[in-house]
Design a protein around this ligand. Sequence first.
Ligand SMILES: [Zn+2]
Length: 341
Amino acid sequence: VWDVFGQDIALGHLVTAFEKDSLHHAYLFSGPQQIGKKLMAINLAQALNCESENAPCGDCDSCRRIESLIHADVCLIDMQSFDDEPDNRKVIKTEEIKDIQPFIHLPPFEGKMKVIIIDGVEMFSAHAANRLLKNLEEPPLKVTFILLAEVKESVLPTILSRCQHIEFKRTPYDKLASWLCEQEEVELSTAKLVSHLSGGRPGWALSALKQDDFLSSYIEQRDRLLHLFNADRSERFGYAEKMAVKFSSDRFLVMDELKCWKTLARDVLFMKYGLEDKIINCDALDKLHELAERCHPSNISNILGAIEETEYQLHRNVSPRLALESLMLGLECLQRISIKL
Ligand SMILES: [Zn+2]
């Protein structure tokens, strides 16, 4: 069973090649995170090693072992594979590629084909990339490489030229929402919101739905920010102060909050231009409509600019309180307009 959802073109290509026994020895799957690249790579590894006639069956010993990543002939390298410095890893180093050399050059141990899946191929150091390139240029028998990257352009051209490239695309919101309803017992409205929030990435959407409080805390945050669009100056400054304090203990939380501000401002802009299908917060159309009614597109563009400026300043270690207070002042242009009208 091929488990990947929403990647009909990529899947069609791989299934045809698999059935004709004409699979390439190296693939590059490109596309955003949690869109289905790794799942497809595991599926392909299962297909190549499955013991059943309907490969990949998902049920035989081999398929199960590959799914659990304990099959001796399937190796996954990603940023989580190494314990040394898990949080600030930026590169895959030469030693790590060196480590897979014996694996590559020995015949399959328990299956039919060795499969090496490398997630984050854009993170290769130059030395590691050269070492991998040698393998791709002179591919050992019975080895398939599956490289995963977010964007094709970030992969070294020499590596790219040795691979068959397959692009993974975002799933249309409605299609994804219906699928989510089938997978999890959720209301269509919930599935729609998650589908929009995921940006069309099934893996992201599914894991968000599986987290108990993800959606409720998102909606709570979003409504709090919507309220601040209408709040008076002292309430907004109180908010800025609270966020500035939080920033010192959890900067990611504040950055996430700014991201939510940005999404809301964009939604108001889409509403203004009648592009409702592009709106992320599709469960809050009334409130967005109300905001859009009373502001000019240039006000919203200014707010978007102010949020981006705040993000930039926070990255540059400007006093968080100053940065957030000026953002709160930026929101006032909405109120001035409403008074004028
Ligand atoms: Zn199987």
